[in-house]
Design a protein around this ligand. Structure first.
Ligand code: ATR
Length: 275
């Protein structure tokens, strides 16, 4: 039995063990997956101990994604671009590190929710870690344009410039303040941490194009203020990050075990209605 775990603080709320054990069952993989409460300021010794006990890999959640970035010996491009790590694989003294949040988001939008991004206008709110991780996977879908809107405008501009440099300028990327967002978007993603405090970015309801998708990257918070605004604006397609959570887990599982599980039944199991 190979051992895996998710490390975070707090960790009680984590759905990762449930998700990974469900994947193990459907793929016939013999693994164990537990929760590890990392002491604040004590990430490295806790992971050292898990490895010493034979642990093969870990998922990393708040507040340790930057600690994991520093701990890794081999950073994948996804982790480099995100500046954060959400999955590690241990082989001898090597620590391979990935960030699957961005691909998980895009897989959920494109495959599960059936919103093709090619040629579409995409608006992403926030310029923190979540947006950093999402930009390159989004750009790889060849949208017509990506606009990053943030309260602190300079952070949006810096991220837009970074993303442009990384993808060679094929897709236009703009960094703006909320008041400078103009026109309507086919997909609007809330990647701010505002939903965690039941707040929302000052976005105009005119940003939602007819038939658009409004997607909040947080999960388990029901109808967040952002999703509420979207619903008020007449948006019919609302989603939270539950599918993203399942898809990033499936990516990690495939990376560790060499087999990619289907996510549908797990998503159905952990979905909470948006009310
Ligand atoms: P994460 O890793 O979750 O992205 P982060 O790096 O701390 O967290 O980034 C949080 C993001 O949410 C930032 O874009 C932040 O805006 P600022 O850069 O201007 O601080 C945004 N954010 C948090 N609370 C917000 C609120 N109430 N309204 C608007 N934006 C908010």
């Amino acid at each position: 039995t190979d051992r895996y775990a998710v490390i975070g603080n707090p960790i009680e709320q984590s759905k990762s063990p449930l998700i990974h054990m469900a994947f193990a069952q459907v793929t016939g993989q013999d693994i164990e997956y537990s929760k590890v409460l990392g002491p604040l300021g004590g990430f490295a010794p806790t992971v050292d101990a898990f490895r010493a006990a034979g642990g093969k890999g870990m998922n990393v959640t708040a507040p340790f994604k930057l600690d994991a970035f520093a701990y890794a010996t081999d950073l994948a491009p996804s982790a480099r671009m995100a500046g954060a790590v959400n999955a590690m694989k241990f082989e001898g003294d090597r620590v391979y590190a990935e960030n699957f949040d961005g691909v998980g988001l895009v897989r959920d939008v494109v495959h599960n929710l059936d919103f093709a991004l090619r040629g579409k206008r995409v608006l992403i709110l926030g310029a923190g870690g979540a947006t950093r991780g999402a930009l390159l996977p989004l750009l790889a879908q060849a949208p017509a344009e990506v606009v990053v809107a943030n309260r602190t405008v300079s952070k949006a501009q810096e991220l837009a410039a970074l993303a442009l440099a990384h993808q060679g300028g094929t897709v236009p990327v703009h960094g703006l303040g909320y008041e400078d967002v103009t026109g309507a978007f086919d997909v609007v993603l809330n990647a701010t941490s505002s939903s965690l405090t039941a707040q929302m970015p000052p976005l105009s309801a005119t940003a939602f194009a007819p038939g658009c998708l409004a997607y909040d990257l947080t999960y388990g918070k029901g109808l967040t203020p952002f999703l509420h605004l979207a619903r008020q604006a007449g948006v019919a397609h609302l989603a939270d990050g539950v599918g993203m959570l399942a898809e990033q887990a499936a990516e990690a599982f495939a990376w560790w075990r060499g087999v990619r599980p289907d996510t549908r039944s797990v998503i159905a199991q952990i979905t909470v209605p948006l009310v």
